[in-house]
Write a protein that binds this ligand. Structure first.
Ligand code: KG4
Ligand code: ZN
Length: 340
């Protein structure tokens, strides 16, 4: 079965063709980073306009690269939320009209379920059940995943998402937007033990996270060391990253032990972080757990993961109606959105 996936929840216009929820035939991502860079963050109105410009060429390119004919596409899966409403509307409305014109099913995919399904695009997919850590610019959460459509929330951030913390710290260090990749790179030149930041929520018994305090702590450090902080940027970045990574890896492994799972996954834009990838792999190996982290290009927003999730929704008999609307925030456990 061939699914055309479409993703426009934030600042990437993406389309992909995926076979049977696991084989990527094509995947195109058109990034808007250059547009938003000068504003230090995503400007929603500009994002919507750029999606409108990019959606047709990106979809056409994905179909062309896939080597299949348009008439062979079995269904269209598009991100329905959470994300920027104006941005989501471009991809979801496009998907509605295209599915209607082709006479094929439309599937509205939860972006977070898309990220979780990214692990099934890799050769060694995890068996169910497994525990997944989702770390992105908008979300940070731990899930107990028992099937493609049964995903239980175990804990989440009470304030900033971890990617947001990376971006805000990069901004206050004057490193530009988005900041995750820059901090990751800079950390490699620094000493993570030189400037120790407290590990937020490490000793709380639940699976929730908090990242706004550590961002403030970095801000205080910079404020107190105005004249010398520029010379210590790599140590600040390394200290911040080490603190964040330690909490994420610790809670992920604790969650897997609690649920008796032998397999864990890390997904979302921040899963590209080299420190996080290394720490999770090292700590999991010490506990005998098997780790599943997608290749870097599948960590950030892409449409292959949306097509993969869409395939499993369709197999479970879940499709969307032309009257369905997009949604900006996930207020309920994510699987409830699949059925609404
Ligand atoms: O999943 P994603 O592409 O979009 C959302 O759904 O939010 O995640 C984007 C986030 C941004 O905050 C970006 O700074 C962060 O992922 N990110 C990283 C790295 N690469 C991207 N954070 C830490 N280290 C990285 N290497
Ligand atoms: Zn995302």
């Amino acid at each position: 079965m061939y699914i055309l996936g479409i993703e426009t929840s934030c600042d990437e216009t993406a389309a992909a063709v995926v076979q049977d929820g696991s084989v990527i035939l094509s995947s195109k991502v058109s990034s808007q980073i250059e547009v938003h860079h000068r504003y230090g963050g995503v400007v929603p109105e500009l994002a919507s306009r750029k999606h409108i410009e990019a959606i047709v060429p990106v979809v056409e390119g994905a179909i062309r690269d896939s080597g299949i004919k348009t008439s062979q596409i079995n269904a269209i899966a598009a991100t329905r939320g959470p994300g920027l409403v104006g941005a989501l509307l471009v991809g979801f409305s496009f998907a509605k009209s295209y599915a209607y014109a082709l006479g094929i099913p439309l599937i509205g995919v939860n972006h977070l379920e898309g990220h979780i399904n990214s692990v099934f695009l890799e050769p060694e997919a995890p068996p169910f059940p497994f525990v997944a850590l989702l770390v992105s610019g908008g979300h940070t959460a731990l899930y107990y995943v028992t099937s493609h459509t049964a995903i239980e929330l175990m804990g989440q951030t009470r304030d900033d998402a971890v990617g947001e913390a990376f971006d805000k710290v990069a901004k206050l260090l004057g490193l530009g937007y988005p900041g995750g990749g820059v901090i990751d790179k800079l950390s490699k030149e620094g000493n993570p033990d030189k400037i120790a930041f407290t590990r937020p929520y490490l000793n709380k018994s639940d699976f929730d996270f908090s990242f706004s305090g550590i961002k403030t702590a970095v801000g205080h450090y910079v404020g107190k060391h105005q004249s010398e902080y520029k010379a210590r940027m790599a140590d600040i970045a390394a200290g911040f990253q080490a603190a964040v990574v330690e909490v994420l890896a610790y809670k992920l492994i604790k969650a897997a032990i609690k649920k008796g799972c032998g397999h864990i996954a890390v997904v979302g834009g921040v899963a590209a972080n080299s420190g996080l990838r290394h720490k999770v792999r090292t700590d999991a190996a010490a506990r005998g757990l098997k780790v599943h982290i997608p290749s870097v290009q599948l960590c950030g927003d892409n449409a292959a993961m949306i097509a993969a999730a869409g395939y499993h929704y369709l197999k479970a008999g879940i499709d969307a109606k032309l009257t369905d609307d997009v949604f900006s925030r996930a207020k309920k456990p994510i699987q409830e959105f699949s059925n609404s």
